[in-house]
Structure formats: structure tokens, C-alpha cells
Ligand binder design. Sequence first.
Ligand SMILES: NC(=O)c1ccc[n+]([C@@H]2O[C@H](COP(=O)([O-])OP(=O)(O)OC[C@H]3O[C@@H](n4cnc5c(N)ncnc54)[C@H](OP(=O)(O)O)[C@@H]3O)[C@@H](O)[C@H]2O)c1
Length: 244
Amino acid sequence: MQLKDKVAIITGGGRGIGRAIAIGYANEGAKVVVAARSGNQINAVATNIQKQGGHALAIPTDVRVKSEVENLVQQTVDRFGQIDILVNNAGVNPRGQFLDSTDEDWDLGWQINVMGVVYCCRAALPIMKRQRRGNIINVGSGMGQVGHADLSVYCASKFALHGLTQAIAEEVWADGIIVNVLIPGPVKTELSRSGWENADTFRAASDPWKAPEQVVPAAIFLAAQPPDSGMTGQTVSIMRRNSP
Ligand SMILES: NC(=O)c1ccc[n+]([C@@H]2O[C@H](COP(=O)([O-])OP(=O)(O)OC[C@H]3O[C@@H](n4cnc5c(N)ncnc54)[C@H](OP(=O)(O)O)[C@@H]3O)[C@@H](O)[C@H]2O)c1
């Protein structure tokens, strides 16, 4: 029970990696708040956790909408009294050649993968500062370290996320708040479907697609870091290759 009585918000917790982390944290004793747009998915995750005897709350949230993010944070504090862990996991991956990419693609990728994290951090950090403890985990990507063809929107947004993480970490470490990036590597989810459905695409052979549950130990490792003395501004990657 490494996270006993910790309160964790997980954005994008309705499916894929976020769902696995939500259930994994609950199994370690955390009270979990699951947020995403699809109410049926987040409700199913919360019900699953409650049936196992855990504490969970599902709050429909679009991380692009500042007022919805503020509501997420407020409802979490109203229900559980604190926020120990924020996992910024919600993400999208618009694919295609750079020259074919539209303003809508760029808006989508930027608004969710970057501004969604900005809004969540802006809403949660004042509470974490008052608590003088907090742990933020931003789900990054190997595509935020090396650029790839057909993934310009995704790469640009994840590179930005990694820089944002380091900058925030530098500002809040003295408040007992840590901020790190978790890189899952290729995981079989809806987001990556076009990759794993097409066996010829990058990584398939030598960096096998993981199940979402395989990301959970690293997510627990980061969540269990002591906020006043744990690692911050760092990247934990569980990739098996640095480039495809
Ligand atoms: N799968 C991989 O290979 C891989 C590799 C490296 C990094 N990642 C990262 O891992 C994270 C999770 O991805 P995944 O693979 O688990 O994808 P996924 O199965 O498609 O799940 C994405 C989650 O994000 C939520 N989401 C999307 N837009 C949102 C919004 N505007 N507001 C709130 N929630 C939103 C989705 O729910 P709704 O659509 O219902 O809102 C869903 O719960 C992403 O940040 C992704 O970049 C994935």
C-alpha cells in the first residue's frame, strides 16, 4: 500500500494508460479521481475501484476548458480534502504528414497535450503549495525526445510538455512539490491503434507493444516519491529503445 490515503487525480483516466494507472493507484490505497470527457468510461473505472473496496470519484472534464478543470480540482478537494498526486495523462495524437496538417490538428494537439496540462497545473498548484506537498506526473513520450515523420503535432506538443515540466519543477521544488515526466513507450491503446494494427509501422518488432498495466509500476514509483526530497524535473522512461 505505497499510496495509502493519498488523493490522486488522473486525467484521461477512462481508458488506456490512465485507466490502468487509476486502478493501480487505488490498489495501492489511493483515493482516485478519474477525469475525461466520456462519462461512461470514467464511471466504469470508478465503479470498478469502488467494487474492490476503494475510493473513487468520476468527474467529466474536458482539460481544454479552464472552468471544467477548476471544477475538477474543487470537487476533488471538497470530496477528499487534499490533492497529493496529479497525473496529467489525457492526450491525443493527430497523425499525418506535416504539410497535410491543418490548423484544427494543431489546435487539438496543443489544446489537449499542452494547455490541458497548463490548466491542470495552474488549478492544482495553489492547493499543493498551501499543503506544502504535491506530486505531478506528466505523461510524456519518446516522441517528445526524438522527432518522427507523420507525427509533427504530437512531437511538438510532447517536446513542449517536457520543457514545461522542467520549468515548473524549478519553480516549485522549494514548496515541497515535485514534477516529473513518465514516458511509457509504445502501449496498445486507442491512441496508438493505427500503429499496432499495422505490423509494419515503427517499433513493432524490437520494442513490443506493452499492455497499459505494464506502465503501472513506473507510475507508482513516481507517485511514491516523497515530495519534499524526491526526484523532480526528471524523466522516467520505460522504453526499450531510444529510437525506432
Ligand atoms: N499509447 C502509447 O503508445 C503512448 C506512448 C507514449 C505516450 N502516451 C501518452 O499516454 C497518454 C494516454 O494515452 P493512451 O495511449 O492511454 O490513449 P487513450 O487510450 O486514447 O486514452 C486517452 C485518454 O485521454 C482522454 N482525453 C482525450 N482528450 C481529452 C480531453 N480534451 N479532456 C480530458 N480527457 C481527454 C480520453 O478520454 P475522452 O476522449 O473520453 O476525453 C482517454 O481517457 C497520452 O498522453 C499519450 O500521449 C501513449
